[in-house]
Every structure is written in C-alpha cells, then in structure tokens.
Write a protein that binds this ligand. Structure first.
Ligand SMILES: C[S@@+](CC[C@H](N)C(=O)[O-])C[C@H]1O[C@@H](n2cnc3c(N)ncnc32)[C@H](O)[C@@H]1O
Length: 237
C-alpha cells in the first residue's frame, strides 16, 4: 500500500487511464490513498459495469467512465501519466496488441501499472478466492468467453517481457488482504455466488459445476476466505 502511495505521489496532478475498469474497484483503491490526480478515465467493454462504475463515483467530477474496447480506443496519444490494467491481463485474448495500445497513450515519463491477482504462493484462505475465480472463469469459457485462470508471478512477468516494448522497472507483491472467518454469512454469500454461476451455466454442464461448487464451499467452510495476493508491476519506456 505504502509503495503504491509513494509511486502515485511521485506524479504531479497525473491523468490516469484504467483499462478494464469493471465497476472501478482499482480506482476506489487509489482514492483511498491518493487524491492528487487531475483526471481518471475508466474504460470497459461491458455497459452494465460502466453504469455501476458511474454510479459508484458520481460525486467526483474528475472521474469519467466510458464503454470502450482498449483495442479500438481512439484518444489523444501520449496523454496519460499512468495507464492501469488491474486484474484484466487474464481477460486479454491478444496481450501484445493491448500492450501496444496502452503504450500509445502513455506520455513521456509516464508508466503502465499492472495489478494482477496471483495463482501461486497463496495460503489456504486465499485458495478460496482462486477456486471461486477459476470456477467463474470456467463457466465463462463454456460460453466461448475469453477468461483464463489466473497466472503465477513468473508467468505474468514473462508475459509482460514478451509483449511490451516498455521495460519492467519494479514489481512487488501487494500485501494487505484481510482474512474472513467462515461465518454463516460468508458461506451464504459464496453459496449464492456459486449458485448464480451454476444458474448461468449450460444445462449439460450444471451437474459438473454443482459437484465442483460443493468442494469449494467445503474448502471455504474449513479455511475461510482471503483475497489472493496481487502482483504489481511498473513498466516504463
Ligand atoms: C476482472 S475485471 C477487472 C475489474 C477491475 N479492474 C478490478 O481490478 O477489479 C476485468 C474487466 O476487463 C474488461 N475487459 C476485457 N477486455 C477488455 C478490453 N479489450 N477493453 C476494455 N475492457 C476489457 C472486462 O469486461 C472486465 O470487466
């Protein structure tokens, strides 16, 4: 947290682009630690995510959201100080193309900031997060949506080396997730989450996902839940 805060503070009134913003979770985290930005633009493919993001940040007129595909984005080049990709790397079907696009919008002296949840070195409570995430990704894939399982730190760093013309300047594990005990409330929340995903799945897959969900709930009941550690990577020219 402190390291990210220091990094943000090293920019003077930065313009920030958040690619694959979803409902703006990463912007919310930035806002908790830093208020010195001039502008934040969040983009996402999904209209429903952008509608929710607009609602979440409606009180801050420096923040705007657009339904937009980064690979088709048309914006002023060399415009942003910080271009963020948070928990979205495993959603990209063509990482090289997306990295090229993101690089275009970074102005001289600017950075790309990757934040990506890890699949390695997780404690048992964090494995609950990984299992729920991989469950959702598998359901998405049965519909042909591009949604990979999460990567290890080595895979993330190698992917970035292979696809970006920027250099990796720094990388660290973003510690700070809190542990949730397996209370009835927590179990009910995840049961409902998995049930929603099963309801969304194809008829012929339901039995398979139901069996899998039982195992995941058993794991959460035993170990609780904690967010998987994200890896933060800073890239620059
Ligand atoms: C798991 S969410 C990440 C949300 C948020 N950034 C976070 O850290 O929690 C990944 C998002 O990336 C979006 N996405 C995937 N490909 C995209 C693209 N080409 N352009 C814009 N958004 C994209 C998806 O629609 C999805 O909402």
């Amino acid at each position: 947290m402190e390291k990210l805060k220091r990094l943000l503070n090293s920019f003077e009134s930065p313009r920030i682009l958040d690619v694959g913003t979803g409902t703006g979770a990463f912007i919310g985290m930035i806002k908790q630690m830093y208020d010195g930005y001039e502008q934040i633009v969040g983009i996402d493919l999904l209209e429903r995510a952008i509608t929710a993001a607009k609602e979440n940040f409606k009180e801050d007129e420096r923040i705007e959201f657009k339904v937009m595909d980064i690979n088709k984005m048309e914006y002023d080049e060399n415009y942003f100080d910080i271009v963020i990709l948070s928990n979205t790397l495993h959603h990209l079907s063509d990482v090289k193309k997306t990295m090229e696009q993101m690089e275009k919008y970074v102005k001289t002296g600017g950075i790309i900031l990757i934040n990506e949840m890890l699949s390695n070195d997780l404690n048992k409570a964090q494995l609950s997060h990984k299992y729920v995430h991989h469950f959702a990704a598998e359901v998405d894939r049965t519909f042909g949506d591009f949604h990979k399982d999460t990567f290890t730190n080595i895979e993330i760093l190698q992917t970035l080396k292979d696809t970006s013309t920027f250099q990796i300047k720094d990388a660290w594990d973003f510690q700070g997730s809190s542990h949730n005990e397996p209370t009835d409330e927590l179990i009910e929340f995840f049961q409902k989450t998995l049930d929603r995903l099963i309801a969304k799945s194809k008829e012929e897959d339901k039995k398979y996902f139901e069996k899998k969900a039982v195992k995941i709930i058993k794991h959460i009941k035993t170990h609780g839940f904690e967010s998987a550690t994200p890896l933060v990577v800073v890239l620059a020219r």
